[in-house]
Design a protein around this ligand. Structure first.
Ligand code: ME8
Length: 512
């Protein structure tokens, strides 16, 4: 039986252009999706755009456009960013698509049928930037002395008729979920925050608005549109065909992993499971919330004018160095800073020196001293085995890390092997063996080529383009690049193409 894996990113608001924060979550999901595919899983990787709600409506107005035309433009820009970042999504859902309206409406109707929705009137605080209702007790004093949301977003007093979801009835079941399935929310520190929020008692959730109409009409009462978060969360169901449980993709439900930023954990770890419980649907296996990027030490914001478009970074540094930097610099789950200096340092030390040089040294010696063909596998010495044994374990060790979203640790695991290869090549000095023991030289170079093949195979999810080139230079054919293929050694005598540097050092333009 094929093993299935369903991973999602948040669907991003189309009120602004794609930025590095969006690229980050999507690259992380992409690494996971690519890794699972290489491990033989049938993967469904979903992403998309969140196009309804007052915030998007206002952004469209400010641009002098109809909301749908505005959303079309920004959604296309997100796809362009994805193409430039090599995001291998299987589906891109837009909440303005009919298939999504159908899924979201069906979810609503199930909740209504099950008695979890009632009509009332909402009176309270709303933060448009967060598209979130806040209780009085959650507000804090902002820099100018006014009350603001805990996120710093401005709040307004809203009073209007509204449908409510009986969220208050789900507190105990949610706490049970966090208790019985600790992996449901990761990292653990965030799980504790969510659990203590729930323990304080949940209020029913206002799930419709009447003061604007850019949204999915409430079934049976089209004066109301659905609250944008109910609409948005439903995307994870509508993309797999809900409510048609005979749809081919329905087998992917429940999702294995919702990857989100810490800003939207509450919606995914409280509202979403409660809505699913209310609708009698299975719960996702896991919600992982990652940390926050600052830019050169500052919060990224439109007002500071420091919003980073990932495409600009790719233009300057190249795609794979940027993907590598994002995955390497931020301990997955923690916060981190993006700076030009840090990118260049990672590029020059880890990519150019550690990995690039290793490949170049190995391949150029094979080209020069082995007639450009892959040498035979010799008898392994203790040192050869000491190098190859941990390399061989990489797919398995990393798989366990990837399943925990320990994406940075998994890279560190590969770098341990890369550093060991560098120590090995220095110690074995194959260039000296040419005259004294050419048979051993061949064996050493073959050991290095085998280690590099494993390294390049397991790094494909992080740096697909460069690792594609490295595998080609190592003589690994297209059908030999998944983890299962690593069990079969490459035949000796395979002709290798002329080696070419894969990770050039980055030199500041003014220094050239
Ligand atoms: O919240 N660092 O969309 P959104 C790291 N539409 N990640 C960041 C980041 C930063 N500085 N800034 C943004 C929404 N992100 C809703 C989601 S899902 C059913 C609906 C990433 O456009 C991070 O993943 O505001 C965060 O959760 C997401 O962008 C917010 O995107």
């Amino acid at each position: 039986m094929t093993r299935r894996y369903y991973v999602t990113t948040p669907i991003y608001y189309v009120n602004g252009a794609p930025h590095i924060g969006h690229a980050y979550t999507s690259v992380a999901a992409d690494v996971i999706a690519r890794f699972k595919r290489l491990a033989g899983f049938d993967v469904f990787f979903l992403t998309g755009t969140d196009e309804h709600g007052q915030k998007v409506e206002q952004a469209a107005q400010a641009a002098g456009m109809e909301p749908i035309a505005f959303a079309d433009r920004v959604a296309a820009d997100f796809r362009d960013m994805y193409d430039k970042m090599a995001i291998s999504y299987d589906d891109f859902i837009r909440t303005t698509e009919p298939r999504h309206a159908e899924g979201a409406s069906a979810l609503w109707k199930r909740l209504e049928e099950n008695g979890h929705i009632y009509l009332g009137a909402y009176e309270g605080w709303y933060a448009l930037r967060d598209e979130c209702f806040y209780g009085e007790d959650e507000l804090v004093t902002g820099p100018d002395g006014t009350k603001v949301a805990p996120t710093g977003a401005a709040v307004e007093w809203v009073k209007e008729p509204s449908y409510f979801f009986r969220l208050s009835a789900f507190g105990d079941r949610l706490l049970e979920l966090y208790e019985n399935q600790p992996g449901f929310i990761e990292p653990a520190s965030r799980r504790n925050e969510v659990a203590s929020f729930v323990r304080q008692g949940l209020r029913d959730l206002s799930i419709s608005r009447t003061s604007f109409n850019w949204g999915i009409p409430v079934p049976g009462d089209p004066k109301h549109v659905m609250y944008v978060w109910v609409d948005a969360l439903a995307n994870y169901l509508s993309a797999v065909g809900f409510p048609d449980e005979t749809a081919a993709r329905w087998d992917f439900w429940p999702a294995n992993l919702h990857l989100v930023g810490k800003d939207i954990l509450r919606f995914h770890a409280i509202y979403w499971p409660a809505l699913l419980m209310g609708a009698g649907l299975e719960l996702p296996r896991r919600v992982f919330s990652h940390g926050w990027w600052t830019i050169e030490g500052q919060k990224m914001s439109k007002s500071l004018g420091n919003v980073v478009d990932p495409r600009d970074l790719v233009e300057t540094f190249g795609l794979d160095p940027v993907r590598f930097f994002l995955m390497r610099e931020m301990p997955f789950g923690g916060d981190s800073d993006l700076s030009r200096r840090a990118i260049i340092s990672r590029m020059n030390v880890e990519l150019a020196n550690d990995l690039g040089n290793l490949a170049q040294r190995t391949l150029s010696q094979i080209a020069r001293n082995c007639g450009g063909v892959l040498p035979a596998q010799g008898t392994h010495t203790a040192e050869d085995t000491a190098l190859l044994a941990p390399a061989t374990l990489l797919p398995q060790i990393m798989h366990e890390q990837i399943d925990r979203q320990a994406l940075t640790d998994a890279l560190e695991e590969v770098w341990k092997v890369i550093r060991a290869c560098n120590a090995y090549i220095d110690h074995q000095a194959p260039w000296k063996l040419k005259k004294t023991d050419s048979a051993r030289m061949n064996d050493v170079l073959r050991v290095l080529a085998d280690a590099l093949r494993i390294i390049a195979t397991v790094l494909q999810p992080y740096m697909p383009d460069s690792m594609d080139r490295m595998l080609t230079q190592l003589g690994v054919e297209a059908g030999e690049r998944d983890f299962a293929a690593l069990d079969t050694p490459l035949p000796e005598g395979r002709v290798l193409p002329a080696p070419q540097g894969i990770f050039p050092r980055f030199v500041e333009p003014e220094a050239t």
